[in-house]
Design a protein around this ligand. Sequence first.
Ligand SMILES: [Zn+2]
Length: 282
Amino acid sequence: MRCARVWLRLWGTNSPCDASLIVGGMQRGKKTMFFQGKHVDKKLNREVERLLKSSRSDGLLPIVAAGDPVLRQQSMKYTGQLSEKTLKKLIAAMRTTMLEAPGVGLAGPQVGIPLAFAVVEDHVDSGDDYGDVDAGDDFGGDDDEAMGSDSDPTSDSDEMEAEDPREFAEFPFHTIINPHYEPLGSETRSFYEGCLSVPGFQAVRRRWLDVNATWQDEDGVEHSERLRGWPARIFQHETDHLSGELYIDKAEIRSLSSDDNLGEYWWEPVPAEAAKTLGFTL
Ligand SMILES: [Zn+2]
């Protein structure tokens, strides 16, 4: 298990009990009329069409790497700047690009579009077909409660293996437009994560364990959902992209590890050994 992305996929395979981790029913709200056409920004729409036409023959879009100014801008709130047809084509291309990377999230700025939206998708099914969060690359282990399995020596080992502290859970494909999150409670977790725009490396990042996530879908329908564990981490990572933040901005910088070294040394879910050896605080 040398590749961190293998690791990424393992989150899912190790968490058969986590399907309930997206708690709280999804609430549907009012619909915003994105597609009345009156808000279409013709220049931006043309640029997106050009991007789509210039994509590779396999339909993949180039992913913008750290250092490009677009990743550091505040994205524009989406109010219908793209035609319905163009938005849907862009979302489809971003999903294909995310899955191929492989990743579990991809934000507009990561394909050079400074609009406040992202695509997310993660599954907890099979083993070898792994993906990468953009955050996709979030992995690792963490802190206090995450260490709970160590605190009960009488626990059944199989049961402990089944309860991955990262709390992977099924996160079906969503387009999240104008997303926002608020923490629910004060609990946090620190795990390794990565980003498709910072390829080859991962670092430990503390995130809220539970959040109330709100967004609009591609039809303009408003949603509100409580997310916990890994889906909450993905949502936070992608939403942060839209305000010009990269996960490394608030990561434990001494935890920074190449993908290869992560697989070689720091594959335990809770990065306690990494903290001790590399010299950072969980
Ligand atoms: Zn990212």
